[in-house]
Design a binder for this molecule. Structure first.
Ligand code: SF4
Length: 601
């Protein structure tokens, strides 16, 4: 079969990527591909993997950490169907809640939503579910809508009164290609039931992991949870409201006892096995079931959107698990006590890498490749690193070592200096300027010292829809300044293409805040990967977050921008050599002169 590439001709790097992936698949080996955004790696990977999958009777998954990243795969598939063969079947699936058309239930949150749906289905109260099971409702129009992506499928299903999630999972059964979220496959607690529902299996599947530098964090988050004194108080109120006799005072007492025993003046401490009372351990399964049942009752009676009872029921199940990679930590802050179960390394979740036919890991920041190969546990993998396809002269990267956001250097004096540097650069920038900070706290501290107003400021409580609107408006501006944080929705997975940004300033290094959790992670990775904890769990992830933010401006051969890494540590050899893996640093010492000259061309 022809390689299913949707455009007329692949560019040089795309051709090389297709060849490498085809070769890896024919050898049944995993492959890690690092290629900057703009290379067209998604089209290349899909073309090569889909052609191989169809020829060899295999299934193909394309998984992303964010829903917004499904679109590029859908566009690629639409193009392939148009150009080659409109019999290729694919489906774009997102989380059940996003495809639920039952407005009484889809407004419920997390655990409450899943329980609400389960109950509505088992009691035959969801007519949309019943309609979806009626085969005649899956018309040609519904199938055609599904090819345009999950939003179009939702709309078509909504108009017809059929559950879009049920339709998507039914169509997935016959699909050659499934676009889904990381959570569908990485969450070890739900993966098996998802695969069963769509009648696919791991052995016969090739998996493309898009933005693969996010895999470990995403997988760890699915395996982490926490219990706060506030949640227990809320759950107790829920119990009273339904007239239940269950008393949760002993959980509150347990938290207090652990805090007394372990904290002694500190704000955080490890919780040891012996800190959990025997009676709690022995009755965990029973109590968890009771709380879940009470949670469902509370939701039914109160019409609330979420239930603390359900959250606690889930926490207790996790508390009962014997996973060595989970750190138990108690913390105290002004909101009360929190008992966290944090996954330090998601070995259990990524075990599926060994079970599938082959994995294709790709990202624009999958460096150093040897680290990911080791962390993903795929020692046999082929690695490929492609350089930027865009003219070198379109980007100027400089280090400004006059300031720092290192914890010991943080002071209002330093924030004032940073604000002044930003003002100076803003004065000479004829176009939009994006400034990314390591945290909201640094962002706010610098902002307070700015003399001129900043047009767009990211806030921690902003919802994704507000973020999208905010970015769209910023991009339309001609001379606007935006303040955002690294590692967030404004600095990753979003394009500021078509010269929407003239310059980016990366303030500080977005390293994890010192905490027991990060220390435990470093320690765990040290043991597991031969002393590489600090590098793998702390340093490199920080530099990757900075490189992700720095990569926002240059998305095509016509984009041109300067990037300033503003922190003296970027000049230190350890940080500089890591940063150089992602960007080419220019040696020019006078920032203002260099930027002015660059912008005048
Ligand atoms: S069956 Fe579908 S429509 Fe009904 S509640 Fe569940 S997800 Fe929503």
């Amino acid at each position: 079969m022809d390689t299913l590439f949707r455009f007329d001709r692949p560019r040089a790097n795309q051709e090389a990527i297709m060849k490498s992936i085809g070769n890896a698949l024919s050898l049944k080996r995993n492959i890690l591909v690092n290629a900057p955004t703009g290379t067209g790696k998604t089209d290349a990977a899909i073309a090569s993997a889909l052609s191989y999958a169809i020829d060899n009777n295999l299934d193909l998954f394309f998984l992303t950490p964010k829903i917004s990243q499904h679109k590029i795969a859908v566009d690629s598939l639409l193009g392939i169907r148009k150009k080659f063969d409109n019999r290729i079947r694919y489906i774009d699936i997102v989380g059940k809640r996003n495809l639920c058309i039952n407005t009484e239930i889809n407004s419920l949150e997390s655990e409450a939503f899943y329980k609400g749906c389960e109950k509505a289905v088992s009691s035959k109260r969801c007519v949309f579910y019943t309609n979806a099971k009626e085969h005649s409702n899956i018309t040609e129009e519904v199938v055609e809508a599904s090819y345009r992506g999950h939003n179009a499928l939702f709309e078509e299903s909504f108009n017809r009164g059929i559950c879009a999630y049920e339709i998507a999972t039914q169509l997935a059964k016959d699909a050659d290609f499934v676009i889904a979220d990381y959570a569908h496959m990485l969450n070890p607690y739900t993966r098996t039931s998802f695969l069963k529902k769509i009648s696919h299996n791991l052995e016969n599947s090739i998996v493309i992991w898009d933005e693969a530098h996010n895999i470990l964090n995403a997988a760890s988050s699915y395996m982490s949870t926490s219990l706060s004194s506030n949640a227990i108080a809320n759950a107790s109120k829920e119990l009273i409201s339904i007239g239940s006799s269950i008393d949760l005072e002993y959980l509150q007492f347990m938290l207090k006892k652990i805090a007394e025993r372990r904290l002694s003046g500190k704000n955080e401490a490890f919780v040891e096995k012996e800190d959990i009372p025997k009676e709690v351990v022995e009755n965990i399964s029973e109590v968890s079931k009771q709380l879940e049942k009470a949670g469902v009752e509370y939701l039914t009676e109160s019409k609330a959107k979420r239930s603390a009872l359900m959250h606690i029921a889930n926490f207790l199940v996790s508390l009962n698990s014997k996973d060595e990679s989970i750190a138990s930590i108690i913390t105290k802050n002004n909101k009360g006590l929190r008992f966290s179960l944090t996954c330090l390394y998601p070995e259990k979740a990524i075990g599926l890498f060994d079970e599938v036919y082959a994995n294709i890991f790709m990202s624009g920041t999958l460096l150093p490749l040897r680290m990911y190969k080791e962390l993903f546990g795929v020692s046999d993998a082929i690695t490929e690193d492609y350089g930027s396809p865009f003219p070198k002269g379109n980007k100027l990267c400089l280090i400004d070592d006059t300031v720092s956001t290192k914890y010991e250097s943080r002071s209002n004096e330093e924030y004032k200096k940073i604000a002044e540097r930003i003002e100076e650069i803003r004065m000479i920038t004829d176009g939009n300027l994006a400034v990314f900070f390591p945290s909201f706290s640094v962002l706010n501290s610098v902002y307070r010292n700015m003399k001129k107003e900043v047009d767009y400021i990211q806030r921690s409580e902003m919802k994704s829809i507000a973020v999208e609107k905010f970015i769209d408006e910023f991009k339309k501006g001609r001379d606007s300044t935006m303040f955002g944080v690294m590692g967030g929705s404004m600095s990753e997975g979003i394009d500021y293409a078509n010269n929407a940004i003239k310059g980016i300033i990366i303030v500080g290094i977005p390293l994890e805040k010192p905490s027991l959790e990060i220390n435990a992670k470093i320690e765990y990775i040290n043991k597991r990967f031969n002393g590489k904890g600090a590098e793998y769990a702390y340093l490199i992830p920080g530099i990757i977050r900075a490189a992700q933010a720095a990569g926002r401006a240059i998305r095509s051969e016509n984009d041109r921008a300067f990037i300033i890494f503003m922190d003296k540590r970027y000049g230190w050899s350890s940080y500089r050599s890591l940063l150089s893996k992602f960007v080419e640093i220019s040696e020019n010492r006078n920032i203002i002169d260099s930027v002015s000259r660059f912008l005048s061309v």
